[in-house]
Design a protein around this ligand. Structure first.
Ligand SMILES: Cc1cc2nc3c(=O)[nH]c(=O)nc-3n(C[C@H](O)[C@H](O)[C@H](O)COP(=O)(O)O)c2cc1C
Ligand code: SF4
Length: 435
């Protein structure tokens, strides 16, 4: 095994780390003390040079995003920490909230100081009752010590943190829907531009960052951008939390430097596939990422650039493993049902298209579909991709496109074999091919 077992910086194995006393005994809140001695721009610069990229799905450079916030403005500025975590296959942020919530609060404080922000919302997934309580308790502990609130650490810098609970809608993880939801409006994504740094929550400059993204910041401040930029893959540095589920012997959340081999993760870390079965497919980064076939896994590394080179993406680090006995059409149908259910309905291609895709897929599951339905399904997916207000439409289209591309024969196995019930008359060559 070629794994480099470096330090776990986001989820170290320290008992009771969720308590502020234990967090401080282990060096906690030193980064914030250090940041307060620096110029705010120097904090942003440190993050920018570290090459930290967002862990919320799009891998956007964090420091660069912070520089979009206006310096001269009469409006208040906001930070929204995205803890909505609803992408199927993704369950890493809740581990952070459970085991290391003060690291997140310290990351938020550093970010707030760097961008001159006086108020932060942590938008937490509605279903995360237990984690909401843990997080709120950590915020209360930090307020009690005056690490959050007025004139923190005895300086002139004041900043507040409010935990805001969602109500169970996946779409509210999309940054502009999240801001609408905070404002008490329906969780509809906004048309961009304007982008959040110009017109965010309450119409004011806003930055949105994922939980895991912000947790890297205290380490970058403490140990410097050069240290961080040397961990893992050069263009996507740092450690990454990988939530592994599906057919592996030891599912769970694992922290490794970016660039770990997918096969090492599955076989060495997660103990391989139950019954030593072969792998049919892997979804590498949560349900909206393109699938890989079992035969394609060798040499694939888990970082943004490597996954891009094999036609998929790291997404939210949610690795879903499917063994040789998996009915991939059924899995895809479940995924499509999710996106249809979660579409906010604002734009026609997504609202209608996700429903059509689900219906067509169900007809394959019931073995009532025809061969032409494969191309019909692909056509619907192609007409959603790139034609919607937010990326939920793409997220719904990509898995369908990739499963058709990689597992066309699986669709063919589900095609109706006896008399047609559909309303069109199929060309003779297709009827012949099916019987
Ligand atoms: C439908 C949809 C759902 C999303 N859900 C989440 C989520 O639960 N958590 C998250 O951090 N980002 C989510 N995102 C991405 C956010 O819009 C945003 O890009 C991210 O929070 C930015 O953080 P980062 O730059 O730190 O990665 C979602 C995006 C879409 C399109
Ligand atoms: S793509 Fe879907 S979820 Fe996004 S705004 Fe349009 S209808 Fe709503």
């Amino acid at each position: 095994m070629q794994l480099e077992f470096t330090e776990k910086i986001i989820l170290p194995e320290i008992p009771n780390l969720h308590k502020i006393s234990v967090y401080e005994e282990n060096g906690g809140y030193q980064a914030m003390r250090k940041a307060l001695q620096m110029q705010p721009d120097a904090v942003t610069n440190e993050v920018k040079q570290s090459n930290l990229r967002g862990r919320g799905g799009a891998c956007f450079p964090t420091g660069l995003k912070w520089t979009f916030m206006p310096k001269q403005t009469t409006k208040p500025k906001y930070l929204c920490c995205n803890a909505d975590e609803s992408e199927p296959g993704t369950f890493k942020d809740r581990q952070i909230i459970e085991f290391n919530p003060h690291l997140l609060l310290e990351g938020i404080l550093c970010a707030a100081y760097a961008m001159g922000i006086k108020s932060t919302y942590i938008y937490i997934r509605g279903e995360y009752h237990k984690w909401y309580k843990i997080l709120q308790n950590a915020v209360d502990e930090a307020y009690a010590k005056n690490y959050v609130g007025e004139k923190i650490f005895g300086t002139e810098f004041s900043t507040d943190i409010v935990v805001h609970r969602g109500a169970g809608a996946y779409i509210c993880g999309e940054e502009s829907a999240l801001m609408n939801s905070i404002e008490g409006k329906r969780g509809y994504p906004r048309i961009k531009p304007p982008f959040p740094a110009a017109f965010g929550v309450w119409g004011c400059p806003t930055t949105i960052n994922n939980v895991e993204t912000l947790c890297n910041v205290p380490h970058i401040i403490n140990r410097g951008w050069e240290w961080f930029s040397k961990i893992g893959a050069p263009k996507h540095p740092g450690t990454i939390l990988l939530g592994v589920s599906g057919h592996v012997n030891k599912p769970g959340v694992y922290e490794f430097p970016t660039g770990i081999l997918l096969t090492d993760l599955i076989y060495e870390v997660c103990g391989g596939v139950p019954g030593n079965k072969k792998i049919k497919a892997v979804i590498p980064g949560g349900s909206s990422t393109m699938w890989l076939r079992g035969e394609e896994l060798e040499g694939v590394r888990l970082d943004a650039e490597s996954l891009k080179s094999v036609g998929t993406s790291i997404g939210t680090g949610g690795v879903i493993v499917m063994d040789e006995d998996t009915d991939v059409i059924k899995v895809l149908t479940t995924i499509s049902h999710f996106y249809h259910h979660e579409s906010c309905g604002q734009c026609t291609p997504c609202r209608e298209g996700t429903g059509w895709m689900e219906k067509i897929l169900h007809s394959f599951v019931r073995e009532e579909a025809t061969l032409e339905d494969i191309d019909l399904l692909l056509d619907v997916a192609n007409n959603i991709e790139g034609n919607t207000i937010c990326a939920l439409g793409d997220a719904a289209a990509w898995p369908v496109q990739s499963v058709i591309k990689k597992f066309r024969s699986e669709f063919e196995k589900h095609v109706k074999r006896t008399t047609r019930v559909s309303s069109y008359i199929a060309p003779p060559h297709l009827v012949a091919a099916e019987v």
